[in-house]
Each structure stands twice: as structure tokens, then as C-alpha cells.
Design a protein around this ligand. Structure first.
Ligand code: ADP
Ligand code: NI
Length: 211
């Protein structure tokens, strides 16, 4: 297993070189570590949790013209060259397909403990101090304004509306980030999310006091 993980880390680092700073190797590393931590009490299959965490953003659809099959496909092609059980590969691909917040707004027909562990770890990285940094990095990358009081958050976005949103970055807190705490699936993830959520709320209070 160690050899497989080491090779996967090399592959991910190489593939994500130059990626947007919120979806780069450092994001993957944080998600991987948090997934392993959450899995200490969830006891999912460690190989599946590790591979899914490491490969979950290998070709994010929002950076690939909306193509949602590219990630699972690239992950599958890479894993087929390693000595890994076919069932493990299929499971990892299913996790990548169903992990994202976008995917969760659509129809989900796959569930597993390992999906919950990696999904909670990915969601933790969207909130708290790191989550704030990532949101503004993404907004800058997309050339979005920081805030615009005349544009109200849209709280009932469909998957399609979510994908095409061009809202001010601050709206993303209401449209996604502040909703994540109550969507956590594991006990360990929920506990970590609570503290990060509070920090974001304090941040928003300060933000408005300054503008
Ligand atoms: P997923 O890839 O899980 O569907 P997102 O598309 O929301 O989720 O992207 C993950 C992260 O990228 C978010 O947590 C946030 O940091 C950043 N991001 C995505 N969309 C936006 C947005 N409209 N404004 C600001 N940040 C965003
Ligand atoms: Ni991610």
C-alpha cells in the first residue's frame, strides 16, 4: 500500500503543478490528512479513502469546460497501471464522481462510508480560515468583485445555476460555505466544522463592520 500511495502522490503533484491555488497539491494534501484523521474513527477502507482523497480534484470539471467524467477517467487510467483490485478502482471513481458540492445538488445514486469520509475532509477545506482564503483566491482567478450589496445571494441554486454563477465572492459564503457545517456526515468532521464555521461568522461580522 505504501508504494501505491507514494506513486499516486507523485502523479498528483505532477499533474496539478501550476493549478489555481485553491485546488493545488496543498489542497489535496490537507484533504488527504483530514480524511485519514476522520477515518481513524470511521474505519473505512484506508486504501480507498487515501486514493480518493489524493485523486479527487485530478481534473475538476470547473477547470475543464464542465466535463464531469474527465476526473474519474484520468484517475482510472492511472490506477490501472498499479497493482490494485478492480473493485477498488471502481469505488474510487464513484467517489470522485459524487464528491463535489455541485454533484450533491444533483441526483446522487452512490453512497459509501469512504465517500462520506473524503467528502467531509474536502468540505472542511472549504470553510474556516483556509476556506476564506480559497474562496477569495477563486474569486480573483475568475475576476469577480469581492462584494456587491445590490446582488443578493441565491439560496436555491440548481446544479446548473451553481455552475454558471458569476456572483460576488462574498455571496459564495451564503450560497455554499455557511451551509456546509450542517451537511457534514461524520462525527469527527462535524466537530471540526463547528469551530471553522464560527470563525467564518466572526470574519463576516468584521467584514461588514469595515465596509
Ligand atoms: P465542488 O468542486 O466541491 O463542487 P466548488 O465548485 O464550490 O465545489 O469549489 C470548491 C471551492 O472552490 C470552494 O469551496 C471555494 O473555495 C471555491 N469556489 C468555487 N466556486 C466559488 C465561487 N463562486 N466563489 C468563490 N469561491 C468559489
Ligand atoms: Ni477538493
Amino acid at each position: 500500500m505504501e508504494q501505491i500511495i507514494a506513486e499516486t502522490i507523485q502523479f498528483v503533484k505532477k499533474t496539478l503543478a501550476g493549478a489555481e491555488a485553491g485546488h493545488d497539491w496543498l489542497h489535496i494534501e490537507r484533504v488527504y490528512k483530514n480524511a485519514l484523521k476522520i477515518n481513524e474513527t470511521e474505519h473505512g477502507n484506508a486504501l480507498i479513502v487515501s486514493l480518493a482523497a489524493l485523486l479527487h480534484d485530478i481534473a475538476d470539471s470547473k477547470f475543464n469546460n464542465g466535463d464531469e467524467e474527465l476526473g474519474p477517467q484520468i484517475a482510472g487510467e492511472f490506477l490501472k497501471n498499479l497493482e490494485i483490485d478492480e473493485q477498488v478502482i471502481i469505488h474510487v471513481q464513484q467517489i470522485i464522481r459524487n464528491l463535489s458540492y455541485k454533484a450533491s445538488l444533483g441526483k446522487i445514486d452512490f453512497h459509501s462510508k469512504e465517500l462520506e469520509v473524503v467528502q467531509d475532509a474536502d468540505r472542511l477545506d472549504a470553510i474556516g480560515a483556509i476556506g476564506i482564503a480559497r474562496a477569495f483566491t477563486y474569486g480573483g482567478y475568475k475576476n469577480r468583485v469581492l462584494y456587491d450589496p445590490s446582488i443578493k445571494p441565491n439560496l436555491n441554486m440548481t446544479k446548473e445555476a451553481y455552475k454558471s454563477a458569476v456572483n460576488p465572492t462574498i455571496n459564495h459564503f451564503y450560497e455554499k460555505l455557511l451551509l456546509l457545517r450542517d451537511l457534514m456526515k461524520t462525527n469527527a468532521g462535524r466537530a471540526m466544522a463547528a469551530q471553522r464555521h464560527e470563525f467564518m461568522q466572526a470574519y463576516l461580522d468584521q467584514f461588514y463592520s469595515e465596509i
